[in-house]
Design a protein around this ligand. Structure first.
Ligand code: KIV
Ligand code: ZN
Length: 358
């Protein structure tokens, strides 16, 4: 049986870009969106159109130009926001409106000043309105990680009845433990009528360093879409890192039984493009894309070597692999650590030498 597909929802241009130090202009956003398309993400969240005319225009540009992935943008549960999203993304090949409204008591009381039943009614109206405009509507009950789970399940069911096609469960404050978050997703799936009416997604923040672990726990519980950002950028400690989620699902596919549509050789170029555009680098020891990420596996064999080349987007011909491996071993003998930069250099050297002797 072929493994189940987990859809990758990239929010680098919305949740990532909103965080201080990561601002991009419309042209830069389009460049990144095109690379995300090459990377093979299923959904691009292009922005929050009501937030500024610049963001609205950037979303519109991406919706027009980037045709393969679903293009979505964020709205609060009010008609002005929903109209702004629709105005910005309606020309997309596959548009989706994303609505967010709080579900935890702390948000409902302190942020909205409403009662639980009023929040549900506001959500229903927003979803029904958005569905009049667009076939695909995602509903995110914000701060679900700290919400009462029965109220969360009731909210989800009512949004499904109102026409939501995707339900996204966010751990907005990065508060949950993996087991807890997995159980929350399992509980919601088990306690709403006909959950198969929607695709279930998750969105985890990294305040306690658990965003990737929580996302994976949710996948094990049945979620089939993960929201994440390149290099894990995002407010405070960031969002679940796309490259980490994807590589865990790839490397441990036999254990987890799911796959993504991501072209892993495009991960390193995408990470580098983001750091070039924002001027913000990744820590050298960052998993998967950090400059030293390969160092600790340098002596773990030819298989790991070839795998790392693939992650970096380096393609070697059959006749190039053996000389590259030998050169790698001699570099590894000389240096304490072999970094990604060394691998790029080794591959370039071998390609040059073979081309010269041909
Ligand atoms: O963190 C959050 O809850 C969000 C929602 C808009 C999904 O970013
Ligand atoms: Zn978020």
């Amino acid at each position: 049986m072929s493994p189940d597909r987990v859809h990758i929802f990239d929010t680098t241009l919305r949740d990532g870009e909103q965080s201080p130090g990561f601002a991009l202009d419309g042209e830069q956003k389009l460049i990144l969106a095109r690379q995300l398309e090459r990377l093979g993400v299923d959904v691009i969240e292009a922005g929050f159109p009501i937030s500024s005319p610049g963001d609205f225009e950037a979303c519109r540009l991406i919706a027009r130009e980037v045709r393969r992935p679903v293009i979505t943008a964020l709205a609060r549960a009010v008609p002005q926001d929903i109209d702004a999203v629709w105005g910005a993304i309606r020309e997309a090949e596959r548009p989706q409106i994303h609505i967010v409204l709080s579900v935890s008591d702390i948000h409902i009381e302190r942020k909205l000043g409403l009662r639980r039943d009023e929040v549900i009614r506001r959500g229903e109206k927003a979803v029904a309105y958005a569905r009049e405009l667009c076939d695909e509507v995602q509903y995110s009950p914000e701060d679900a990680g700290r919400a009462d789970r029965d109220y969360l399940a009731e909210t989800v069911e009512r949004m499904l009845d109102a026409g939501a096609t995707v339900i996204n469960i966010p751990d907005t404050t990065g508060y949950c433990l993996p087991q807890e978050f997995g159980e929350l997703v399992r509980y919601v799936l088990a306690n709403v009528r006909k959950p198969e009416r929607a695709l279930f997604s998750v969105h985890c923040h990294n305040d306690l360093g658990l965003a990737v672990a929580n996302s994976l726990a949710a996948v094990e519980a049945g979620a089939r879409r993960v929201e994440c950002t390149v290099n894990g950028i995002g407010e405070r400690a960031g969002n679940a890192s796309l490259e980490e989620v994807v590589m865990v699902l790839r490397v441990r596919q036999a254990a987890l039984g799911v796959e993504t549509g991501i072209a892993t050789p495009q991960i390193a170029p995408t990470s580098r493009l983001l750091t070039d555009l924002t001027g913000v680098g990744v820590q050298p020891n960052k998993a998967v894309v950090g400059a030293n990420a390969f160092a600790h596996t340098a002596r773990s064999g030819r298989h790991a070597f070839k795998h790392r080349l693939r992650v970096l987007g380096i393609v070697l011909g059959d006749e190039q692999v053996q000389p590259a491996w030998e050169r790698f071993l001699s570099v590894a003998d000389r240096k304490k650590e072999v970094t990604d930069a060394d691998l790029i250099e080794i591959s370039a050297f071998v390609k040059r030498e073979i081309a010269r002797s041909a």
